[in-house]
Design a binder for this molecule. Structure first.
Ligand code: NAP
Ligand code: ZN
Ligand code: ZN
Length: 390
């Protein structure tokens, strides 16, 4: 810590368990800002516990949002459990946020109280670099500000806190309009799982007749199936779970391959144009490269905490294949994706969970036991006496 530098106030405070009086505070205003009821981690081994987050009073460009739903992404598990290295604790995860605008700052004219809105993985960026100017804020050359666990440069270097919370305040430039025709709970996962799979499909120019392979049928994977189908592609799913075969076909997949079955894998050689790999653990990519046609590409989206087995350069060279990565998507592209989903009736298949079920939901996600995205109902964050159904 630099001597003499003002210390920013902590944004998240750990509340001792189950004190109703303190939890009641969560819905009251802290000065001009809000105290949000939240769930987050206080260490890599704490699991998710009740927290209170102080949200800033909306500045001129800010949108204050009453969060209704927040999807549970596997990245939330990696981050809260410290699997991606040191984190700033306390840490409130959540970057698949849908809610209604409660207040706007003086200079906001594109959002109004009552609007259905979304916030994804980005809440700020430098707004000046080539990537930001091109609408690819996720690749900001100065580093984008993530929705949680990041230093908020324009707000006193406070650590951002995410959407497992009753409210959030975000600059209007990073807030999305969620079409009213979409179910708000099922639309929440579009803000990360949706855009993360939409962006590489669009970047590769997937169109009618292309063959798309989807590896791993979890949150990202099932969105990749739905979006690729909506773009007119033929979809083959590669899964390690026999139990997901019929479910994949119900989602719209044209074929399902059990990736541990070598013969079944060989039968797919040279049959696919683009692979979207969403697996959250280390795995061998070489069998997948063999399934690609000339000029095909494999986009790796999963970010396992341990090293992956090496890729054989020979398989890339012999058919001019590309091995690519892709990070979420820019703000304009995220809006395009939401509008595309409204036009094609695409949302996530979800299982709604309450605040008390979050830790179990994380364990089930790691075990691959979810079809296909858990979504937190934020009304369960309030003290029991405040719940409408209590
Ligand atoms: P998820 O819902 O847990 O799905 C991951 C799927 O991977 C599982 O359902 C499973 O599908 C498959 N899998 C195979 N072996 C596995 C293993 N040993 N452990 C875990 N999964 C295994 O996760 P998600 O939320 O879709 O996220 C997937 C990955 O993408 C995570 O690493 C996440 O951090 C990352 N991510 C990246 C971005 C980006 O911008 N690039 C954005 C969001 C998330 P089967 O049962 O079908 O085999
Ligand atoms: Zn995510
Ligand atoms: Zn930038």
């Amino acid at each position: 810590m630099t001597p003499g530098r003002p210390v920013p106030p902590p944004l998240a405070l750990h509340i001792p368990p189950a004190d109703d009086a303190e939890q009641d505070l969560a819905s009251e205003r802290a000065g001009e800002g809000l105290l949000a009821a939240a769930r987050g981690a206080v260490s890599s081994t704490s699991g998710l516990v009740p927290l209170t987050v102080a949200r800033r009073a909306p500045k001129a460009d800010d949108v204050e949002i009453a969060v209704e739903f927040c999807g549970l992404c596997h990245s939330d598990v990696h981050a809260t459990r410290g699997e991606w290295g040191t984190q700033n604790y306390p840490l409130v995860p959540g970057h698949e946020i849908v809610g209604r605008v409660s207040r706007v700052g003086a200079d906001v004219d594109d959002f109004a109280p009552g609007d259905l809105v979304g916030v994804g993985c980005i809440v700020d960026s430098c707004r000046e670099c080539e990537s930001c100017l091109d609408g690819f804020e996720q690749y900001c050359e100065q580093g984008m500000t993530g929705t949680y666990g990041a230093k908020d440069r324009r707000n006193g270097d406070a650590i951002t806190q995410g959407g497992y919370a009753s409210s959030v305040v975000v600059d209007r430039r990073y807030v999305l309009h969620v079409p009213e025709t979409l179910d708000p709970a099922a639309a929440a996962p579009l803000l990360c799982a949706g855009i993360t799979t939409f962006s590489p499909l669009r970047h590769f120019g997937v169109e009618e007749g292309d063959v798309v392979g989807v590896v791993g049928l979890g949150g990202l994977g099932h969105m990749a199936v739905k979006l690729a189908k909506a773009m007119g592609a033929k979809v083959k799913v590669f899964t390690t779970s026999e139990s997901k075969v019929s479910a994949a076909l119900e989602l719209g997949a044209d074929a399902v391959v059990l990736s541990r079955d070598e013969e079944a894998m060989t039968a797919e050689n040279r049959s696919i144009d683009i692979i979207i790999d969403t697996v959250a653990a280390p795995h061998d990519l070489n069998p997948y490269f063999r399934t690609l046609r000339r000029d095909g590409a494999l986009f790796q989206l999963g970010l396992p905490s341990e090293a992956m087995p090496p890729v054989n350069p020979g398989s890339l060279i012999r058919r001019r294949l590309s091995y690519a990565g892709s990070l979420i998507g820019g703000i304009a592209e995220t809006q395009e994706m939401l509008d595309f989903c409204a036009e094609h009736g695409v949302v996530s298949d979800i299982e709604l969970v309450g605040a008390e079920e979050l830790n179990e939901a994380y364990d089930r996600m790691v075990a691959g036991d979810v079809k296909y995205r858990f979504v937190l109902d934020t009304t369960t964050l309030q003290a029991p006496s405040e719940r409408a159904d209590a």
